[in-house]
Design a protein around this ligand. Structure first.
Ligand code: NBP
Length: 493
């Protein structure tokens, strides 16, 4: 056996990851259920490094030096279990089996336990960056034992992208920690995209500007605090024309129903279990679901009235330059307001995502360092952004930061934009253009900062109908009112 590492599953992601590994000088065993993909890889890219192609799982395992390191890159779910079941009997104690797919972290925890009993180290590794990232340098979120990481870590650091000389890969924590963090990353990505889409919608209808002109706005934002991959590609999409009729904006001919593969939904489901309010991610998942409710949307159009004076711009074939609900003289300040609202809402979405990472880490005993997560998301992945440096700094200064929002930099940034943020939410409500991401982020912000919340009344109601008791502001213990009797108060503990 000569191969230092193996990759099985050679579809788009696996094939590019195998090439990336081989390009870094590792002798790489490659295998795929359907052998033609293995042959195609070696035929096309064999010159890029040293590949050891294998036709069967037995040949593949036999080609690897012991202890073996194998990366599985197949479809998440049952296919991953099928591959594990095929490989595990062929492996020996001490071998390292890596799942680089988008597994649910609970599956990773289950697989880790089952394989640990057989002496095999199972590492669930989150990989972000899509097809191009896999080849040129992804952001990598490796979970698994210290022992597995000692061997795997240096290889992953080699193939990950570098930012300022630091590789975007670090040991996240044991068992499902890596896939958990990858899941939250994807949830944040949902929230980020939703906020960008709301900013676009408000600007388009507020100003009546063409997508091409709005592309310039996003380009200019990309040289400030908002600088990020998603803002950069927003400008590209807005600038694009319909290939079959180039004077028509592409964004106007794309069906307005967003799809989802499920990691955003997983994030919200998990957050509900953890009791962590990731309202920004939830709004994004629900907004996609609403966009996809085509029949209901059709039924509501023309039946449910909105504010009268909002001009219709931007529908395919609709009037451009007709002006929007914002006076032309105020255009510049509206653009700036929307920018501030986007930034503040984005800070909230990230604050919630990092809260969730902390909650998951506590629940499962992972010991995740949130600042390190910000560090490895600075490059390679979809949410790469300048502002992740700020998050890294915030956690460096105060590792037990209660919320990103109270870090002096972020608190200052949001304070500077909060008036604009409120104006934008008011505009969205008055004009009937939904901005669930902006408005729920603002509601979260206000909920966090207010001294007294409306939950006092909720507790009173719960005590009345269910004798659920309440605590008092002026002395310890739990209390109950005799609601059906003389309204006297009794103390329980
Ligand atoms: P796919 O998710 O499309 O899976 C195709 C691969 O799975 C092929 O190699 C296929 O083999 C193999 N496979 C299947 Br399907 N069922 C199998 C089984 N029962 N036994 C053995 N192999 C089986 O590939 P992908 O798009 O390259 O993604 C790979 C992983 O990476 C997935 O988990 C995905 O969620 C994740 N991913 C991540 C990103 C990202 O940005 N990080 C992007 C895209 C995908 P065959 O050739 O014989 O059919």
């Amino acid at each position: 056996p000569t191969a230092q590492i193996g990759v099985t599953g050679l579809a788009t992601m696996g094939r590019n990851l195998a090439r990336n590994i081989a390009r870094h000088g590792y002798v790489t065993a490659v295998h795929n259920r359907t052998e033609s993909k293995t042959k195609a890889l070696v035929g096309e890219f064999g010159h890029e490094g040293t590949f050891v192609p294998a036709a069967t799982a037995e040949e593949f395992v036999a080609s690897l030096t012991v202890p073996r390191t194998i990366i599985i890159m197949v479809k998440a779910g049952a296919p991953t279990d099928a591959v594990i079941d095929e490989l595990a009997p062929l492996l020996e104690e001490g071998d390292i089996l890596v799942d680089g797919g988008n597994a649910h972290f609970a599956d990773t925890r289950r697989r880790e336990v089952a394989l640990r009993e057989r002496g095999i180290h199972f590492a669930g590794v989150g990989i972000s960056g899509g097809e191009e990232g896999a080849l040129l340098g992804p952001s990598i979120m490796p979970g698994g034992s210290e022992h597995a990481y000692a061997k795997l870590g240096p290889i992953l650091a080699d193939i990950a992208v570098d930012v300022d000389g630091t590789p975007c890969s670090t040991h996240v924590g044991p068992d499902g920690a890596g896939h958990f963090v990858k899941m939250v990353h994807n949830g944040i990505e949902y929230a980020d995209m939703q906020l960008i889409a709301e900013a676009y919608d408000l600007l388009r209808h507020g100003l009546g500007w063409t997508p091409e002109r709005l592309a310039e706005v996003f380009e200019s934002w990309n040289s400030g605090d908002l600088e990020s991959f998603l803002i950069e590609i927003t400008a590209r999409v807005l600038r694009a024309g319909d290939p079959s009729q180039p004077e028509r904006p592409l964004v106007d001919v794309i069906v307005d129903e967003a799809e989802q593969k499920g990691t955003g939904r997983w994030t919200v489901q998990t957050a509900l279990d953890l009791g962590t309010p990731v309202s920004g991610i939830a709004e994004a998942v629900f907004a996609r679901a609403l966009s996809g409710s085509a029949a209901q949307r059709r039924a509501a159009q023309g039946v449910l009235p909105g504010p009268a004076e909002v001009p219709a711009v931007g529908e395919p074939g609709g009037e451009e330059g007709a002006g929007g609900f914002v006076d032309a003289a105020d255009a510049e300040s509206f653009v700036e307001d929307v920018r501030a609202a986007l930034y503040a809402s984005k800070v909230v979405a990230y604050a919630q995502g990092f809260d969730m990472i902390r909650a998951g880490s506590v629940e499962y005993g992972w010991g995740i360092d949130p600042g390190a997560m910000a560090t490895i998301w600075r490059g390679g992945c979809i949410i790469r952004a300048r502002f992740l440096d700020r998050i890294r700094e915030a956690y460096e200064k105060q590792p037990d930061l209660p919320s990103l929002l109270v870090d002096p930099y972020f608190a200052g940034a949001v304070a500077a934009g909060q008036e604009a943020w409120r104006r934008v939410v008011v505009q969205s409500v008055q004009s009937g253009i939904p901005a669930p991401g902006f408005s729920s982020a603002l509601a979260y912000y206000d909920g966090l900062r207010r001294e007294r919340s409306s939950a006092a009344l909720v507790q009173g109601l719960r005590d009345l109908f269910g004798a659920h008791t309440y605590r008092r502001v002026d002395r310890p213990g739990s209390f109950h009112i005799d609601w059906s009797g003389d309204l006297s108060e009794s103390q329980f503990s």
